[in-house]
Design a protein around this ligand. Structure first.
Ligand code: NAP
Ligand code: ZN
Ligand code: ZN
Length: 348
């Protein structure tokens, strides 16, 4: 493999900076990908700053990867040289437990291997993510890319897309259902697009009323300022399902009171502090609070194919990699429209 270069955090308090490293030659069932675009997920920020206490440095973030196949292992069948390939949040798993056999590799009994800051199952090195020029991955953990979609706008589907598609499918969001999406950021805007495409009545909750027109354009039937109790009240006991994508600590109670009897609120956002929940909000409607994490490899491919068929991609702001620290700061200010994507040709 040619030398790898990327942007890394060297410590929780240091900004991302240029960093050189090496990747192994692709094994028999692996491919090497030259990265064209990589999305900037809020998890990258949480991890670069060790907000979940599991970071390993140097840390090259990035798990919304789209690239071109530049090498193919001897028994690899899925990709040909020059084809497009996409890589998401996990790059390996045990491949033999019950969840892996079901294609739910993200729930692997032995734990999936994350795309960055995890121990690589093949060579024991620490995985380095997609804020870089190339990646080596087993073909099982790489996806084909629909030919009709804008490539920069496809990258965020690999995390923001599947993380919202999977719970909306699992909890049967569709016609006749009233569905709420909390937070209009990277995940939230994809959740909004999918819930709308699946035929639900979608209410976008936001703390930023300036995003209202965008939310309506992206498919919301209604937009509610979640910090205004008077705007929230008319929705009491009316929702079948609420998807919470908020990245910062917040109380769940104002939303739980909006669920119908037996409704479900599913958390995908991962604030650094655990959420506050009043049991009274739950018992009064037999409500469920659930969680969901990305999706397995077959469902990720299903989501990409669905996006190809329905012409769905992320709304992106393409940036050179030199602006990634600025993008992190803007993400913290909720100033995202609605996903930053790094154009890797800027990486010199
Ligand atoms: P993002 O683009 O920064 O969007 C987060 C949005 O949350 C903000 O734009 C804001 O939307 C809303 N928000 C922020 N503070 C809030 C608060 N106090 N109350 C209510 N809403 C608030 O982040 P992202 O990339 O979508 O990621 C969102 C979260 O999901 C992160 O914690 C990330 O780590 C996590 N994540 C989880 C998974 C998984 O598998 N479960 C996968 C990927 C990411 P408004 O301005 O509209 O209020
Ligand atoms: Zn992510
Ligand atoms: Zn497994």
């Amino acid at each position: 493999m040619p030398p790898s270069k990327g942007y890394a955090a060297l410590a929780a308090t240091s900004p991302l900076a240029p960093y050189g490293f090496t990747r192994r030659e692709p094994g028999a069932t692996e491919i090497a990908v030259e990265i064209l675009y990589c999305g900037v997920c809020h998890s990258d920020l949480h991890m670069a700053r060790n907000e979940w206490g599991q970071s390993i440095y140097p840390l090259v973030p990035g798990h919304e990867i789209v690239g071109r196949v530049v090498a193919v292992g001897s028994s690899s069948k899925k990709f040909k040289l020059g084809e497009l390939a996409a890589i998401g949040v996990i790059v390996d798993s045990c491949r033999h437990c019950a969840p892996c056999n079901r294609g739910e590799e993200h729930f692997c009994d032995e734990g999936p291997t994350l795309t960055y800051a995890a121990k690589d199952r093949v060579d024991g090195s620490i995985t380095m993510g997609g804020y870089s020029n190339n990646y080596v991955v087993d073909e099982r953990f790489a996806h084909t890319v629909p030919a009709n979609l804008d490539l920069a706008a496809v990258a965020p589907l690999l995390c923001a897309g599947i993380t919202t598609y999977s719970p909306l499918r699992h909890w049967n969001v569709g016609p006749g259902k009233k569905v709420g999406i909390i937070g209009l950021g990277g995940l939230g805007h994809m959740g909004l697009k999918f819930a709308h495409a699946f035929g639900a009545h979608v209410v976008q909750f936001t703390t930023s009323l300036r995003k209202k027109e965008d939310a309506l354009r992206l498919g919301a039937n209604e937009v509610v300022l979640s910090t205004d109790p008077a705007a929230m009240k008319p929705h009491t006991k009316s929702f079948d399902f609420i998807l919470d994508t908020a990245s910062a600590p917040h109380s769940l109670d104002p939303y739980l009171t909006l669920l119908k009897q037996d409704g479900t609120m599913t958390l995908v956002g991962l604030p650094e502090k655990p959420p506050a929940v009043s049991v009274f909000s739950l018992i009064a409607r037999r409500a469920s609070v659930a969680g969901s994490m990305i999706g397995g490899m077959p469902e990720t491919q299903e989501m990409l194919d669905y996006c190809g068929q329905h012409n769905i991609t992320a709304d992106v702001e393409v940036i050179p990699i030199q602006k990634v620290n600025e993008a992190f700061e803007r993400m913290l200010k909720q100033d995202v429209k609605y996903r930053f994507v790094i154009d890797m040709s800027s990486l010199k």
